[in-house]
Ligand binder design. Structure first.
Ligand code: GLC
Length: 421
């Protein structure tokens, strides 16, 4: 199946890089601040990615335990990071660099899967009609702007650029289209699958890269779904069939570099979100927004280092793991890989953690960070609680005895070896 490597990898890196990285105040700055082409032009004129180092980026992703990376080839502002023959609004024209080429080569060298993000929206293209997301929606006589704009012309451009990306850069493993908003708002139309010719675009993907995963944001079903900045609380399904999913998450709420944003999530929270995703059979795509020079921001690098150190010891609980059909204790979540059940403990209990239903299912228990054996016991359900003695646990509960001191890792993980059925 197309999705096999994806389900195996579980953890990927999203990279949002473009002209907005230099604006340094959110990748939607052009729309948020209603900037016209001229206002925005200065970021093109001064685009200087001298510290964008694709090899370093690939190594960073790998060290963090990620199996794939997804780079913005073009975001909503229309600026292209590859050598497109269909426009001059590219990194090659701005700075003499085909960033996509550098990126693809670097990922392959590290053995990482190659993912591309491509915006369906394009605020630079003269035929992309103004709608309720467009930077010029509040212009005087804004509706007049659409006279003479022809989405059919844009559509051809969109398909042509996707064709370039899928023919000139070798094998592509993953494509994230973004995004569809069919509902009308504020007197403006939205944009739906027919605006992109979603069926035709998906067919083009299948033809040019038959093994490539395509996401669901064309507005028609794809190979996986993409919850954005929230965590699903159960495995996802459609018509009773499990659906592969990937939660995309930011470091601080912004995808593009946002210098003054201080909502940085802790490495612990992000690691929890990762195992939580895996526990629900999902992936997590964690974003970084390189800065105006293309460097990974120090605060992001530090977070990735911490996650990488945790992954070095705990990758078995994440990579190749998935949902386990047991009810976890209130202190954490379960992930499972083959005959191993992993209990990631988000809070550290006093002395013992009780695992309902596992009394006769576990042959060995240990802490994953240092491989230290953990004593287990099954208490007598008949035993009555009094003030001095704890109550017996429900029948079938396994108690795992823990040291008083919590191991000094982002999330302690108990590894349980399951006995054969
Ligand atoms: C969105 C946003 C965007 C971001 C993306 C990531 O739909 O428009 O800025 O690139 O989601 O999932």
């Amino acid at each position: 199946m197309r999705q096999d490597w994806f389900a195996q990898a579980r953890f990927g890196m999203f990279v949002h890089f473009g002209l907005y990285s230099a604006a340094a105040r959110h990748e939607w700055v052009q729309s948020y601040e209603r900037l016209d082409d001229l206002d925005y032009r200065q970021y093109f004129e001064h685009f200087d990615p001298d510290l964008f180092d694709a090899a370093a980026l690939a190594r960073t992703a790998k060290r963090a335990g990620m199996g794939y990376v997804v780079l913005t080839t073009k975001h909503h502002d229309g600026f292209c990071l590859w050598d497109s023959a269909l426009t001059d609004f590219t990194s090659v024209h701005a700075a003499g660099r085909d960033i996509v080429r550098e990126y693809v080569d670097a990922l392959r060298a590290e053995g990482l899967k190659v993912g591309l993000y491509h915006s369906l929206i394009d605020w630079h293209h003269p035929h992309f009609t103004v709608d309720w997301n467009h930077p010029r929606r509040d212009d005087e006589n804004a509706h007049e702007l659409n006279r003479g704009r022809d989405m059919a012309v844009y559509r051809e451009y969109l398909h042509g650029q996707v064709r370039e990306l899928l023919t000139e850069y070798g094998e592509i493993d993953y494509l994230f289209f973004d995004f569809t908003y069919p509902e009308a708002k504020d007197g403006w139309a939205g944009k739906g699958p027919e605006d992109w010719d979603a069926e035709g675009l998906l067919a083009l993907c299948r033809e040019l890269q038959p093994g490539m995963l395509v996401n669901d944001r064309l507005g028609i079903p794809g190979d996986f779904v993409t919850p954005e900045q929230y965590q699903p609380t159960s495995p996802l399904e459609r018509d009773g069939v499990p659906v592969p999913w990937e939660a995309c998450q930011t470091m601080n709420g912004s995808w593009g570099y946002h210098r003054d944003n201080t909502d940085q999530k802790s490495a612990t929270l992000l690691a929890q979100m990762l195992v939580d995703s895996v526990s629900m059979d999902g992936n997590m795509l964690l974003n970084i927004g390189p800065d105006g020079r293309g460097a990974i921001a120090p605060r992001d690098a530090a977070t990735l280092d911490e996650i990488g150190e945790w992954m070095r010891l705990h990758r078995a609980a994440v990579i190749g793991a998935g949902h386990a059909p047991f009810t976890p204790p209130r202190e954490g979540v379960y992930t499972r890989r083959g005959d191993r059940l992993y209990l990631s403990l988000f809070t550290w209990p006093l002395g013992v953690v009780h695992l309902p239903g596992l009394a006769d299912k576990v042959s060995y228990a240990r802490l994953l960070n240092d491989g230290s054996w953990l004593r287990t016991s099954v208490s007598d359900p008949e035993q009555q609680a009094d003030l001095m003695t704890p109550a017996g646990q429900a029948e079938g509960t396994l108690s795992v005895h823990l040291p008083v001191r919590r191991p000094d890792v982002l999330i302690p993980v108990v590894e349980l070896t399951l006995t054969g059925e």
